[in-house]
Structure formats: C-alpha cells, structure tokens
Design a protein around this ligand. Structure first.
Ligand code: MG
Length: 162
C-alpha cells in the first residue's frame, strides 16, 4: 500500500464560479486558476500522484498548456486515475479537508463525495471530504482564498486484476 499527500490554494475572485469537488457552490466569488480552480480536486490529484511517486499535477497538466484552460478538474482526476491504473496502481481511498472561511460548505459535501467517488470508481465509504475554517485567521480567514489538503492511498494490482 502507498500513501500520498496533496495541498493546494487558490485565490477567491469575483466573476468566477466557485467549484469544489466538482460541485458548483453558489457564492459571489470563485477560485482563480487556469482550470476551473478546484483546489480540492487538485489536492487529491497531488495526493494520488504522490502516493505513486509520479510527480505533481503541474508536471502532468501544465498550466502553460492551452488544452487545460477552464477544464473541469473532474476530468483531471479521471485522467490521473487512468494514469495510475496504467502503472498498476488502484486507488483505495481518499480523505480531504477544505479550509474556507465562507461559504458554509457542509450542505455540498455529500454531492462532492458522490462526484469524487464516481470519478475514482470507488465506493462512497472510501471517499471522505471535510471542511473547516481558520477561525478568521490569515488570508483564508479574510476570505482571500481557499485551501485544501488530501491524503490518498493506492494498492498495486497484478495481471489478474487483484
Ligand atoms: Mg491548483
């Protein structure tokens, strides 16, 4: 079994949809980024790549590449799952925390888990998403950005698929 960790931060700006875990959360600001800015999925992708020692999201999906402009990060997650499977790694679990002062994310977490589990082809009980605040401290507390952390586990499979 392998374990990887991922971390990401994006600035909150007006005029962008707020997308986290593949879910559009109603809010007057959204995350700035080359893709849809989904910091939660980016942290998960980095956790998955880290578990297989396959570098980071920027190496596989460079922001200089126009193909990834405005792309749904769920697609990046699906690509990452495929890339791991091609190297005989099966995703076995994800646990993540979103750090955001606003908006209240708990109503959206069940749908985020469903989208992530579906994309990773995992049962729901192997995908955990949590949310917390910084109690007003720092750039997150001031509402200037949103961060996410994730841990992912992988197992190797053999030719028979086990
Ligand atoms: Mg990112």
């Amino acid at each position: 079994m392998r374990v990887g960790i991922g971390y990401d931060v994006h600035p909150l700006v007006p005029g962008r949809p707020l997308v986290l875990g593949g879910v559009t959360v109603p809010y007057p600001q959204g995350l700035l980024g080359h893709s849809d800015g989904d910091a939660l999925i980016h942290a998960i992708v980095d956790g998955l790549l880290g578990a297989a020692a396959l570098g980071d999201i920027g190496q596989h999906f460079p922001s200089s590449d126009p193909r990834y402009r405005g792309i749904s990060s769920l697609w990046l997650l699906d690509e990452t799952r495929g890339l791991l499977e091609a190297r005989r790694w099966r995703v076995t679990g994800v646990d993540a925390t979103i750090v955001a002062e606003r908006p209240l994310l708990s109503p959206f977490i069940p749908t985020m888990r469903e989208r992530l589990a579906e994309t990773l082809r995992l049962p729901l009980d192997r995908v955990s998403v949590k949310a917390t605040t910084t109690n007003g401290l720092g750039f997150i507390g001031r509402g200037e950005g949103i961060a996410a952390q994730a841990v992912a586990t992988l197992e190797e499979f053999n030719d028979a698929g086990f």
